[in-house]
Design a protein around this ligand. Structure first.
Ligand code: SF4
Length: 59
């Protein structure tokens, strides 16, 4: 079975700017404790809309 690509957030690099959150079509990203988090793997469809919106290259 082929796994979907689910994004990963590098907490070290994430500055908590929030730029990625509105760019997630699935609403899978949320800011928690000043860091971007994937709130549900199920919401992440692997489309990658959020990738490229991170100025810190954390996604
Ligand atoms: S865009 Fe990048 S640095 Fe900004 S909150 Fe998202 S993961 Fe963190």
């Amino acid at each position: 079975m082929v796994k979907r690509k689910i994004i990963k957030i590098d907490e070290e690099k994430c500055t908590g700017c929030g730029a990625c959150v509105p760019n997630c079509m699935e609403g899978a990203l949320q800011m928690i404790d000043g860091k971007a988090r994937l709130i549900s793997d199920l919401f992440c469809d692997g489309l990658g809309a959020c990738i490229g919106h991170c100025p810190e290259d954390a996604i």
